[in-house]
Design a protein around this ligand. Structure first.
Ligand code: NAD
Length: 352
């Protein structure tokens, strides 16, 4: 049976990848993207799908209740995949209020629109579902040797970003419990891959190296993150949406814990290797040290650590593995190689 999906934040990194993933696999489904196009949104990510009539794009804010209600009704939406958010921890430290507005109030507005439309005839519309794309950062920080976060780990957000996402999760849970909505949540670990805005570690390291700019690494670079290729995350959401119709939480991770500094060295080595084997790259990216045979790692610069920087995140994905058969397909090595190759091939996207 075909579906009608509304993907909030679909011009962003994960939302954009999810839109491509879904359109490729489910050609009969209707796909609507609602995005405010903040600094993190890029319509170029969806250009071919919008121009080809495959995706309907609505430029707007998730806080705009009448707009969201109208979209839900007009397109008979039965599935909301909620990706829209303010997502950069550093920005949440300088301006937490934007995170409350979008992540907390915006999530509640989206839930409220779904409640109004999907209970319109007195009972929950059969098959309808709200899915919140959340983060492992709601659980706080781990010490080396601690077991990874499970779905029953106490929520203990440390940054304003994590606090706003935890708050959004609470509203999702409360709407499911109070009104009987079907609303699921996935807590994902650090994603990376195509269409990633170059303010996060991996795209920033690649783009800065290609432009011959320093690659900033916070503190000692020994922070540990659990890395997941974004397509694996999309596949996990797909399994959830096609899984049992229930309000449930899943942790989703790549089973790939690595230190930030080693990720940056890995990326630099990949770039060095690509330039060594493809002379044309030196003519396209003349400022990259690899164009002159110099290691990209020479650009690494340690900078003051972020206040309250969490030391380690890691999620235990055994619930989604056992119930839905999820396993990440990409290893860190294969995922980083695909990512580097995508940024090399798509400089028009990131040089906008
Ligand atoms: P992103 O910053 O790349 O994209 C966010 C998108 O939301 C942008 O297109 C932006 O324009 C849009 N947006 C922001 N405010 C909006 C508003 N008020 N109304 C409508 N659209 C708005 O984010 P991302 O990295 O793709 O993250 C997507 C979701 O996944 C977020 O909820 C984030 O918390 C979660 N998440 C991200 C990661 C990660 O590693 N990137 C990991 C776990 C969870």
């Amino acid at each position: 049976m075909s579906r009608s999906l509304l993907i909030s934040g679909g011009a962003g990194f994960i939302g954009g990848n999810f839109v491509h993933y879904w359109c490729a696999r489910y050609p009969a489904d209707v796909v609507i993207v609602l995005d405010a196009l903040t600094y993190a949104g890029n319509l170029a990510t969806l250009r071919t799908l919008i121009d080809g009539g495959r995706v309907h794009f609505a430029h707007g804010d998730i806080n705009d209740l009448p707009l969201v209600e109208a979209l839900l009704r007009e397109h008979h939406v039965d599935t909301v995949v909620h990706c829209a958010a303010e997502t950069h921890v550093d920005r949440s430290i300088t301006d937490p209020s934007a995170f409350v507005r979008t992540n907390v109030l915006g999530t509640q507005a989206l839930l409220e629109a779904c409640r109004r439309v999907w209970f319109e005839h007195g009972a929950w519309r059969a098959g309808a579902r709200f899915h919140h794309v959340s983060t492992d950062e709601v659980y706080g920080s781990l010490d080396v040797g601690d077991p990874p976060f499970s779905e029953t780990t106490r929520v203990a957000p440390n940054s304003p970003y994590a606090a706003s996402k935890a708050s959004a999760d609470h509203f999702v849970r409360a709407y499911a419990h109070t009104y009987g909505m079907t609303a699921s949540i996935s807590h994902a670990s650090n994603n990376y891959g195509p269409y990633h805005f170059p303010e996060k570690l991996i795209p920033l390291a690649i783009v800065n190296a290609l432009q011959g700019k320093r690659i900033p690494v916070y503190g000692d670079g020994q922070q540990i993150r659990d890395w997941m290729y974004v397509e694996d995350h999309c596949a996990a959401i797909d399994l959830i949406l096609h899984g049992p119709h229930e309000s449930i939480t899943y942790n989703v991770g790549g089973r790939a814990e690595h230190r930030n500094l080693s990720i940056v060295h890995h990326l630099c080595a990949l770039l060095d290797e690509r330039f060594a084997h493809d002379a044309a790259l030196a003519t396209r990216f003349t400022k990259c040290p690899a164009a002159r045979g110099i290691d990209c790692a020479s650009l690494i610069a340690f900078v003051d650590d972020r206040p309250g920087h969490d030391r380690r995140y890691a999620v235990d994905p055994s619930r989604i593995a056992a119930r839905l058969g999820f396993e990440p397909r990409e290893t860190l090595a294969s995922g980083l190689a695909r990512t580097v190759d995508w940024f090399l091939a798509n400089d028009a996207w990131w040089q906008r």
